[in-house]
Design a binder for this molecule. Structure first.
Ligand code: PMP
Length: 394
């Protein structure tokens, strides 16, 4: 039986982690893997998470099953965090999922159940897992232009032209904020133009929001998602708590289905429950419970928001430092985009050969598409990276 299995391509980022581990050079810098790291290179447990865990340990009296869609209090808290008052609570069906990846997977499956013909429009580039899950599910994918390799911003004209090819029954996957892997994002005027295109074509948006609080702030990062949700007849939102609560391994995420027509809620909630049931039954509870406790307790919430804000500002500071240093060394503004990008990543926009040279000659590790994790830097390593970039001739 097993001998008939096919081998699968190794995950490029995981392969990079191994290469990094095996590299004996003491000066090596890891800008590959997508987790937040502080200046000491540590991915800390956030203070509010620790405090909530302590409370939970003292108060939790059972580990019995919760519900197919997870704890309704988690759905309510995440509805508030992501959607604010953009739509009414009774317009939204929601189910907890194993991480944001679980939410993305369930969203695709829900789309396929509703319309097996649906084409999924994805940005070029997008998070590689989007593509690999869609391939696994054998769903048709259409790429839309996104990254402008000249300006390192969004090729908005190209994007809009490609989205003009959508039709009713199609879905466009949009990153709610902090685009992964490029760091280049739309402004709200451009989001409005995308919404106009959705209304014109009748296609449905699916928003993946995995970095709320990492870009311009908790509210600011949710603004586009809220604008879309309040403007279109229907949308899906896959949200991850992995980064903004630092609960990566707890697998905490949620899928929300928003419809202007409230009578659809029973149907969408039933479908979300059904999908959870078929794929894993009950979603993980621990991380979701911590998130709920934090969001519903004024003190824990304030402390969490303050720590998240520190994380956000530290990444912005590193962006600015890197852009300044590159300007100084290159005598040009061509790296200004690094300060403009938002979130944990920036795509340098150089070739795989240059990325390989950075690794071989300078022990600097980034993903082959030249995505660098800003949080992998600190004040000491920024000048080292900047010099390596200039020395390599990027
Ligand atoms: N979407 C995007 C765009 C991401 O970058 C990530 C994290 N790498 C996720 C979803 C989901 O992450 P997780 O499953 O760890 O919550």
């Amino acid at each position: 039986m097993f001998s008939t299995l096919k081998t699968h391509p190794a995950d490029k980022i995981l392969a990079l982690i191994q290469l990094y581990k095996d590299d004996p050079r003491p000066t090596k810098i890891d800008l590959g893997v997508g987790v937040y790291k502080n200046a000491e290179g540590i991915t800390p447990v956030m203070r509010a998470v620790k405090a909530a865990e302590k409370q939970l340990w003292e108060q939790e009296t059972t580990k019995s099953y919760v519900a197919l869609a997870g704890d309704p209090a988690f759905s309510d808290a995440m509805f508030d965090l992501v959607l604010g008052n953009a739509v009414a609570r009774d317009q939204v069906a929601a189910a907890a999922t194993p991480g944001g990846t679980g939410a993305v997977r369930q969203a695709f499956e829900m789309i396929r159940m509703a319309n097996p013909e649906a084409r999924i429009f994805v940005s070029n580039p997008t998070w590689p897992n989007h593509l690999s899950i869609l391939k696994h599910l054998e769903m048709p994918v259409v790429e839309y232009r996104y990254f402008d390799s000249e300006s390192r911003g969004v090729d908005f004209e190209g994007m809009l032209a490609d989205l003009g090819q959508m039709k009713a029954g199609d879905v466009v996957l949009l990153h709610g904020c902090c685009h992964n892997p490029t760091g280049a994002n739309l402004n709200l005027t451009q989001w409005q133009q995308v919404i106009d295109m959705l209304l014109k074509t009748g296609a449905m948006p699916m928003i993946d929001i995995a970095y709320q609080g990492f870009g311009d702030g908790l509210e600011e990062d949710a603004a586009a998602t809220r604008l879309v949700a309040s403007s279109v007849p229907e949308c899906l939102i896959a949200a991850s708590c992995s980064k903004n609560f630092g609960v990566y391994r707890e697998r905490t995420g949620i899928l929300m289905a928003v419809a202007q027509d409230k009578s659809l809620r029973g149907l969408t909630q039933g479908s979300l429950n059904y999908l959870n049931r078929q794929n894993f039954s009950f979603p993980p509870d621990h991380g979701a419970r911590l998130v709920t406790m934090i969001l519903n307790d004024a003190d824990l919430r304030a402390d969490w928001a303050a720590e998240l804000e520190d994380v956000r500002l530290s990444m912005l500071g590193l962006r600015q430092q890197l852009a300044d240093e590159l300007q100084r060394l290159s005598g040009s503004d061509r790296f200004g985009f690094i300060a403009q990008h938002r979130g944990m990543f920036s795509r340098l926009g150089t070739t795989p050969e240059m990325v390989e040279r950075l690794r071989a000659e300078h022990a600097i590790y980034m993903v082959g598409d030249s995505r660098l994790n800003i949080a992998g830097l600190n004040a000491t390593t920024v000048p080292i990276l900047a010099k390596a970039i200039i020395d390599t001739g990027i």
